[in-house]
Design a protein around this ligand. Structure first.
Ligand SMILES: [Zn+2]
Length: 252
């Protein structure tokens, strides 16, 4: 008897303005609007959330560009539409600890929350260039907030780990020191690569034989090694900030 494999539901948690070159290294500067995505994954009896989205605009305006979030895009509302309550989530996987990927970790009371040890180490004291992305704004005491990655207990892992049947973490540093990708083995193999692959334009294409890094990164050598790892996995990558991922309600 065949058992149904994991299913991925991409969820929209808001939108924000960016420069195209931010996500696509070397691209011509151009304002774009990007979605903030989360992924709900059902694997057997395990209910998994990959990244927990952004805070409400009024919470985040002090530290980040203005963003949009309708009431339906609030993370808990997006999950409720799938019939999922916060206490139903067994596992949260943070692809990395940038604010827009872990802001709501504390809303899932039963979840074991996985992040890489190297990521937490970097998040605590990042290069000055990256403090904004973690909300570790040490240079402006009046604006200090508790960084979102410290608002819930993290379960730290080092390297590759199988999380649930058909769901594994791969350590893929580059965008950040401890970025991890989630490989979901359904009918096909899907890869949630976090911000290592924010848009489909980062992938190799017909006229572009090579992968293009995110403009935000800590180590290009690591990044290319991680890219080569993902290429060997051979699955289809679902980018972390590309609205076209939402063209389908489920990936299996
Ligand atoms: Zn990021």
């Amino acid at each position: 008897m065949s058992v149904a494999g994991p299913v991925i539901h991409p969820l929209l948690a808001g939108t924000g303005g960016r420069d195209r070159a931010t996500f696509l290294m070397g691209a011509k500067s151009e304002p774009i609007t990007v979605p903030f995505l989360m992924f709900y994954v059902e694997a057997g009896d395990r209910r998994i959330l990959v990244d927990t989205g952004v805070g409400a605009p009024e919470e985040t305006l002090a530290h980040h560009h203005p963003m949009g979030q309708t009431p339906e895009q609030r993370p808990l509302a997006a999950l409720a539409r799938l019939g999922i309550r916060p206490e139903d989530i067994d596992i949260v996987i943070n692809t990395h600890l940038h604010w827009d990927h872990c802001y709501n970790n504390h809303l899932f009371p039963r979840a074991t929350i996985y992040a890489q040890r190297a990521e937490l180490q970097y998040a605590i004291a990042p290069l000055p260039l990256h403090t904004w992305a973690y909300d570790t704004i040490e240079y402006e005491p009046a604006r200090v907030v508790l960084p979102p990655f410290l608002r819930a207990r993290l379960t730290l892992v080092e390297g590759d780990v199988e999380i649930a049947p058909g769901v594994s973490i791969l350590l893929t540093p580059g965008h950040t020191a401890g970025s991890q990708s989630v490989v979901v083995q359904g009918r096909r193999t899907w890869v949630l690569a976090g911000d290592n692959v924010p848009t489909y334009e980062n992938l190799p294409g017909r006229f572009k034989p090579h992968f293009t890094p995110n403009g935000i990164h800590v180590n290009l050598e690591d990044y290319y090694r991680s890219w080569n790892r993902l290429a060997r996995v051979g699955g289809e990558i679902l980018p972390s900030h590309d609205a076209r991922v939402l063209d389908r309600e489920r990936y299996e």
